[in-house]
Design a binder for this molecule. Structure first.
Ligand code: AMP
Length: 178
């Protein structure tokens, strides 16, 4: 059987967007028909047998993956966007970046209380973004069933942070270091 190596489909770009960071570029995987299909299937797999009411994807790469995963799980999709991008009334959540703070938002009516939500993004590093997403969804009454990523950077501790909030996590690939 031919087994596709997802890790080989990810392009690593040293010193982007700044010195010392290795940017893990998933556009090379997204552009590979078999790679994309395998990634979507594996990201969705642990949640296939659970009731999921909506996938919440984090801008921007979480939209591409999240839409496909929602289709596979037979549920809706909620976009989690950077501040100021959504057209209707929003609720926001601040989170800390290396320098300063940022804000993510959802529409105030994006989900109904009690809905079971799966968070999707391409990569988890410190976990700050996904943690903010979980807080935002919980403030709207959502129940977080889990979070799924292509890539984990385990040295930065993001999965452990989400686990500490009671969120089961799934990642397909790990890269050591930053
Ligand atoms: P964090 O909040 O630290 O977990 O960062 C996760 C978010 O930042 C995700 O939306 C990623 O797409 C992006 N990100 C962080 N570090 C990297 C990296 N080394 N390569 C590519 N994307 C990254």
């Amino acid at each position: 059987m031919f087994v596709i190596a997802l890790k080989d489909l990810i392009r690593s770009i040293p010193d982007y967007p700044k010195p010392g960071i290795i940017f893990r570029d998933v556009t090379t995987l997204l552009g590979h028909s078999e790679g994309l299909k395998v990634a979507i299937s594996q990201m969705a797999e642990p949640f296939q047998s659970q009731r999921i009411d909506a996938v919440a994807g984090i801008e921007a790469r979480g939209f591409i993956l999240g839409g496909a995963i929602a289709d596979r799980l037979g549920c809706g999709f909620i976009p989690i966007r950077k501040k100021g991008k959504l057209p209707w009334k929003t609720i926001g959540q601040e989170y800390t970046l290396e320098y300063g703070v940022d804000v993510i938002e959802i529409h105030e009516d994006a989900l109904a209380p009690g809905q079971r939500i799966l968070i999707v993004d391409d990569l988890i590093a410190t976990g700050g973004t996904a943690e903010a997403a979980a807080k935002l969804l919980r403030r709207s009454g959502g129940e977080i069933v889990g979070a799924t990523f292509i890539i984990d950077l385990p040295d930065l501790g993001g999965l452990k942070l989400l686990n500490s909030h009671g969120i089961p996590c799934h990642a397909l690939i790990a890269f050591e270091g930053h």
